[in-house]
Design a protein around this ligand. Structure first.
Ligand SMILES: C[S@@+](CC[C@H](N)C(=O)[O-])C[C@H]1O[C@@H](n2cnc3c(N)ncnc32)[C@H](O)[C@@H]1O
Length: 320
């Protein structure tokens, strides 16, 4: 799988070529371009595709390509790995593969039927969590609700040993696929946070939490037990001196938590994005050190074109 991933990157599945091709390498922007009903443009039948854009057309835009247009790609190996279906002269991806840094993130195609187990595309919340991680390298990192493992694949330098956990078995499969194609060591545990977490300690614990309101997908909706379980589990999971970084709806954050809490809220989505109804406003990144002396700092930062996502530096600014 690692070699197949390398061949896909060599064939053009890279953030640089995605930027040149789509005008952005932000998965969330590309998602926004295709989002809505019907998903105009996604999965279109493309007859003419330059060899350099075949991988992006197939795995990012979900295009249905004639075999000739896909000749730059290792189609037999992709079919053997279950990543494409070949029907007569046409080739279609079975999953979406998004280039993120040096990695490939695997998730469901945008036109996959909406279901509880949908492994959604990363969105801006994924970018917020990944860019809010601390600098430096630590021994162990646990990403709760890892989904397709966007953060571990985007920021592998953050820890030696990275573990993801998710209650959605299909998301876990996608996370393993992305890690394998990217040649990354990542342990992915199938598990419901509310039913128990590993009895281990981690230097970094992260979670890009689902929304606290109902949705057809597990990705976007937390059940009633999720947040109580999250806030109870984090102090048990974080090693002495360790840190948790959470992205969540601001309203889900309790007024009191043990240790040091730095919460930076932002409203809506980055400038230029269309905010779907019901999703505007009210999200935050929370840097929480359960073992530190008690302190609760709450701040807010407007998103800008230059800084569309929260960053570690926002914690430092909030503490000034
Ligand atoms: C907003 S998505 C974040 C996915 C990924 N971490 C990212 O940033 O792109 C929330 C994730 O939490 C998972 N999840 C929801 N409820 C859960 C639970 N009770 N235990 C573990 N994971 C859960 C969902 O399956 C989904 O993958």
């Amino acid at each position: 799988m690692r070699e197949l991933g390398a061949r896909l990157r060599a064939a053009g599945l890279t953030p640089k070529l995605l930027r040149a091709w789509a005008g952005t390498d932000r998965a969330a922007s590309i998602h926004a371009r295709y989002a809505g009903e019907p998903r105009a443009g996604y999965g279109a039948r493309l007859e003419r595709v330059a060899p350099a854009e075949a991988a992006l057309a197939l795995f990012v835009a979900g295009a249905d390509l004639p075999g000739g247009a896909a000749r730059a790609l290792p189609i037999a190996a992709l079919a053997a790995a279950g990543l494409v279906d070949v029907a007569g002269e046409r080739v279609r991806a079975t999953v979406a593969l998004l280039p993120v840094g040096e990695a490939l993130v695997a998730c469901d195609r945008l036109d996959a039927p909406v279901a509880r187990e949908l492994a959604c595309w990363p969105d801006d919340s994924s970018h917020h969590l990944a860019s809010a991680l601390p600098p430096g390298r630590r021994p162990r990192w646990l990403d709760l609700g890892c989904g397709s493992a966007f953060a571990p694949l985007a920021r592998p330098e953050v820890a030696e040993d990275i573990v993801g956990l998710d209650a959605n078995p299909r998301a876990c499969e996608r996370a393993r696929l992305g890690a394998a194609l990217s040649g990354r060591a990542l342990t992915v545990l199938d598990g419901d946070l509310a039913a128990g977490v590993p009895d281990e300690r981690y230097d970094l614990v992260t979670c890009n939490a689902p929304m606290p309101h109902p949705d057809a997908t597990l990705w976007r909706s937390a059940d009633a037990g999720f947040f109580p379980a999250l806030f109870a589990a984090v102090p048990r999971l974080v090693a002495p001196g360790g840190l948790a970084v959470l992205h969540l709806a601001r309203a889900a954050l309790p007024d009191e938590l043990p240790g040091e809490v730095v919460a930076v809220a932002y409203a809506g989505e980055p400038p230029g994005e269309q905010v779907p109804p019901g999703r505007a406003g009210g999200f935050a990144v929370v840097w929480w050190q359960p073992g530190a002396p008690a302190r609760y700092v709450s701040a807010r930062r407007d998103l800008t074109v230059e800084r569309p996502h929260l960053q570690w530096r926002d914690r430092e600014d909030a503490l000034c």
